[in-house]
Design a protein around this ligand. Structure first.
Ligand SMILES: C[S@@+](CC[C@H](N)C(=O)[O-])C[C@H]1O[C@@H](n2cnc3c(N)ncnc32)[C@H](O)[C@@H]1O
Length: 185
């Protein structure tokens, strides 16, 4: 029987407050992480930082940087642009992948909770974990329906380039937390 992609996150607990991850001292299955961003060409400075953290993250799991051009069909109105970007994003999602949508209105998670989220995805059967950063006007309807969870990185609205930098550092931080390494204080 096929396992619903929602099966794990239905049970995902996001504990409140700063606390140790429930995976401290336990082994975690290292599933691939894919970071999908919708946007224009990245600036060199942002790309350097993303590359640096991707390299660090690759010590723990495989990582893919999936890029989608914003407004891929040169739509003239915002609604059509969001829909075209949404379709392009959906085309990259794998059926048994757990999808984390980054959104300014999402769950407010701390770094330990992000570590638990990665641990849960690995240990509850997801084949890979996809983190989605939207285009200039945010995510479309299909992705919102498909996402297993929506997470905020800050109460501030971030440009997609800043969002990917914050996200990738947090993914690295999360793995150091899972491994009990001396990076997160
Ligand atoms: C320029 S923002 C889009 C802002 C738009 N107002 C919206 O409704 O999403 C581009 C993308 O960056 C990400 N992003 C921006 N601020 C964020 C935040 N505080 N937390 C999580 N993701 C954020 C989201 O994925 C968003 O779709």
């Amino acid at each position: 029987m096929a396992v619903s992609p929602l099966a794990g996150f239905n049970n995902l607990s996001i504990p409140s407050g700063k606390q140790q991850t429930k995976f401290a001292g336990q082994s975690v299955r290292a599933i691939p992480i894919r970071v999908l961003t919708v946007g224009k060409k990245r600036s060199q400075g942002v790309q350097l930082i993303v590359d640096e953290y991707m390299k660090k993250l690759k010590h723990y799991c495989s990582v893919d940087d999936v890029r989608i051009k914003s407004n891929p069909r040169n739509a003239r109105d915002v609604v059509a642009q969001i829909e075209h970007e949404d379709m392009a994003v959906m085309g990259h999602i794998r059926p048994d992948e757990w999808v984390v949508m980054l959104d300014e209105r999402g769950h407010d998670v701390g770094s330990e909770q992000m570590a638990s989220l990665i641990g849960d995805a690995g240990n509850k059967g997801a084949s890979s974990l996809l983190f989605c950063i939207g285009g200039p006007y945010g995510h479309g309807r299909q992705l919102r329906e498909r996402a297993n969870i929506s997470v905020k990185l800050s109460s501030l609205v971030l440009n997609h380039e800043i969002a990917v930098v914050v996200l990738i550092e947090q993914l690295y931080r999360a793995w150091t937390i899972l491994k009990g390494q001396n990076y997160h204080h």
